[in-house]
Design a binder for this molecule. Structure first.
Ligand SMILES: Nc1ncnc2c1ncn2[C@@H]1O[C@H](COP(=O)(O)OP(=O)(O)OP(=O)(O)O)[C@@H](O)[C@H]1O
Length: 705
């Protein structure tokens, strides 16, 4: 315990340091604004060199100003008192004074490492670690850890009960918060693991895997900005709800260079948030699907022309369906991409017609080239070619699989009858209900199989273009437009990501690993997940194979996190009992916090479930200051959302047990847990996820009988 005077004194000490830092920041901001203005003035000089210099200057000054603004709040959050008598402040970015002396060290710099790694057993030269909380340039709270008492000078004061527990008891907002001030040693090791190869982080619920993955992305961008900002970092999460939840962490760390995508939005231009039941997802996600899609991608277009009839100089030229199929097969050797070899298909038609015309001894037959030009001019012939070998979008071909007879043809001998029935039932509603998340990976596969349509080369005429493609005249606006266009094109260039982060990796299916793998061929990886939380019920060996293939032979660095920072011990005990049903020996993390409040379990008749859900949600909204999550079995989501209406506003969210992956709420109402558990494949594991989402309170509502 600390008395008030010494606490006030210590806060005043830190306030003086904060004042110095913010005064310096204001100076830097003014300097950046000045540089921006000077940059614009350079424009008047008018030479090309001056223009380039101006653009660079303005860009860097604006970027610097933006960063200073973004990192303003909570800029300084740590202080280390070292054995050699030195004091070091740690913050969201590095700041030096006018004599280039360090005022604040960036949290990602090597000098800041002891802030996260020092422990009483291995103090790393640190006597006292202090965590500083501030709001609006005022110090609000300090928490100390005395790591090396024997080296502490007599006058050193130690205040607070430790920063971690103070931070964990704070209410949860709509989004995940950054944990930069309280990263723990085992987490820090994973965050700063080498940028090359594959970093694999595992650990039970609430151990900070997502937080680690996001802070690692920020760390990599700091440690080698050229490499990672140039190629880009892709962060993949399970659902849109989740991506929304974590989206603010990277900007809060000053990083906007990473691309965040859910599995339902990885294929550019399409979005899905619908989930399939686990048994359907297992079939759609199986590697065998690849062969089914290969067959489809080679097949004739449904309702396309079944023969070609052409009257030429009084003779009927005719290609039958079998002949057309043979031409298509020849033009499409294994591995060829259908959209890219259209020309070869057309050449096959011309050649067959020419051979027939010669065979029929058509009168006054011109040269072959003239013959081809002549029939190519005919509108009906051009219509035929377009209908016979159209440019295909993956969505067209997926639509073919929704036709039962086609599906049976493609999947026969690859999937069992029962599996085909599952697919058939799922895809019957494709047009009315839309794509599911699992379908997106199939579209991406089809995209790789079909290739991009080859567009006829079209020249854009630009009167200012000189030899070598250099423009004679280039304005600032031109260059800005070009830079914006390049930024927009980044997702198209998906094979060039420099680093790929996969969160909730245990739920990525084999087909989804292929989709992500295509984006990380040149990348290093961070893969985080918890096998015990998986909803995947398909073939495990297939899953490992697909994952190994995506990750390649890169060196692997493994880390395991062992502390649950989210759940109070009372709530995690309920979740632990659930997973022990299927995995009695599973090592589980330790929950560090206790609230003294036991979770509530209610059993109600089905007819009273609606009223009980509303009452439970209202009770939690009154009891916790932050968010309340109502978690339901998948088929009940909309019904339950209807019961709750607008209650709680943005503080309340209704999600399915699958959307609850990775999410966190202060209070959780879990509706009909028995129905979630009842799924024979992954029910218990999904329930384990749902039971481990709450930071303060949990109410479960079972149905009688
Ligand atoms: N070092 C830390 N300091 C403060 N809070 C932390 C720390 N590590 C994790 N947390 C908090 O613990 C909670 C759980 O973290 P996170 O969601 O990253 O865990 P997870 O391992 O991804 O969980 P799950 O597997 O259950 O989805 C978050 O609120 C996070 O902010």
């Amino acid at each position: 315990m600390t008395d008030h005077t010494s606490l006030d004194r210590e806060i005043a000490v830190e306030q003086r340091q904060l004042d110095r830092v913010y005064a310096r920041l204001a100076e830097l901001r003014r300097a950046a604004a000045r540089a921006e203005r000077d940059g614009y003035r350079l424009a008047r000089v008018g030479t090309f060199g001056a223009l380039v210099e101006r653009d660079a200057m303005v860009f860097h000054a604006a970027q610097r100003r933006h960063l200073l603004d973004a990192e303003h709040e909570g800029l300084v959050f740590g202080r280390l008192d070292l054995r050699e008598g030195q004091t070091l402040y740690v913050g969201r970015l590095g700041v030096r004074d006018e004599n280039a002396e360090t005022l604040v060290v960036d949290w990602r710099a090597p000098a800041a490492e002891p802030f996260y790694r020092a422990t009483p057993a291995a103090p790393l030269g640190v006597i006292r670690r202090r965590t500083i909380q501030s709001s609006d340039e005022r110090v609000t709270r300090i928490e100390d850890d005395l790591l090396d008492p024997s080296a502490a000078p007599a006058e050193m004061t130690v205040v607070g009960d430790g920063a971690l527990l103070a931070s964990l008891s704070k209410a949860t907002g709509r989004g995940m918060r950054d944990i930069v001030a309280t990263i723990q040693r085992e987490q820090d090791e994973a965050i700063r693991s080498p940028g090359s190869g594959v970093t694999i982080v595992s650990g039970g619920p609430g151990t900070g895997k997502t937080a680690v993955a996001l802070h690692r992305a920020a760390y990599l961008l700091y440690s080698d900005r050229n490499r990672y900002a140039g190629g880009g970092i892709l962060v993949v999460g399970p659902s849109s709800v989740f991506v929304e939840y974590v989206a603010s962490v990277l900007p809060s760390l000053g990083e906007e260079s990473a691309t965040l995508r859910s599995l339902g939005t990885l294929f550019t231009g399409l979005t899905s948030t619908r989930t399939d039941p686990p048994d359907v997802a297992a079939v759609k996600g199986s590697l065998r699907m690849r062969r089914v899609l290969e067959r489809a991608a080679r097949d004739a277009v449904p309702d396309g022309p079944t023969e070609l009839r052409l009257l030429y100089r009084g003779e009927l030229l005719r290609l039958t369906r079998a002949e057309l199929d043979a031409i298509r097969d020849r033009a499409l050797p294994r591995g060829a991409r259908r959209n890219e070899v259209r020309r070869a298909g057309f050449d096959g038609i011309f050649a067959a017609l020419w051979a027939q015309a010669r065979k029929l001894r058509v009168g006054r037959l011109p040269e072959q080239r003239a013959f081809e030009d002549e029939i190519a001019e005919r509108p009906e012939f051009r219509e035929f070619l377009k209908a016979w070998w159209p440019r295909l979008h993956p969505r067209h071909v997926l639509g073919w699989l929704a036709r039962p007879e086609r599906l049976r043809g493609y999947a026969g001998g690859i999937f069992s009858r029962a599996e085909i029935r599952l697919l058939d039932a799922a895809w019957r509603t494709l047009d009315t209900e839309g794509l599911t998340i699992a379908d997106i990976a199939l579209l991406d596969e089809l995209d790789a199989l079909l290739g991009k349509p080859v567009q006829p080369a079209r020249r854009t005429r630009d009167p200012y273009t000189l030899a070598g493609g250099v423009r004679e005249l280039s304005t600032h606006a031109d260059r800005q437009r070009a830079a914006r266009a390049a930024a927009r094109q980044r997702p198209e260039d998906y094979r060039e990501y420099a680093h790929v982060v996969v969160d909730e990796a245990q739920d990525v299916s084999p087909m989804q690993w292929r989709m992500i793998g295509r984006r990380g061929r040149l990348a290093s990886w961070t893969v985080v997940g918890d096998p015990a939380q998986t909803a995947w019920t398909g073939d495990q060996a297939e899953l490992s194979r697909a994952r190994d293939q995506a990750l390649g032979r890169r060196r692997q660095h493994r880390f395991t996190l062992t502390t649950n920072y989210r759940n109070p011990a009372e709530i995690f005990a309920v979740a632990a009992a659930e997973i022990r049903r299927v995995d009695p020996d599973l090592p589980l993390p330790t929950a560090v916090r206790s609230t003294g409040v036991e979770p509530v379990r209610q059993v109600v008749p089905a007819a009273e479930l609606a009223a009980a859900t509303v009452a439970a949600a209202e009770a939690l909204l009154a009891e916790v200051p932050g968010t309340v999550g109502v978690i339901t079995p998948v088929p009940r989501r909309d019904e339950v959302a209807g019961w709750l209406g607008e209650r709680g506003g943005t503080r309340l969210q209704v999600v399915t047990s699958l959307q609850a992956k990775g999410m966190e709420y202060d209070g959780v109402v879990l509706v009909a847990p028995g129905e979630i558990r009842a799924d024979p494949g992954s029910g218990v594991r999904t329930l384990y996820v749902a039971l481990s989402r709450a930071t303060q309170r949990l109410i479960t509502l079972d149905i009688t009988g």
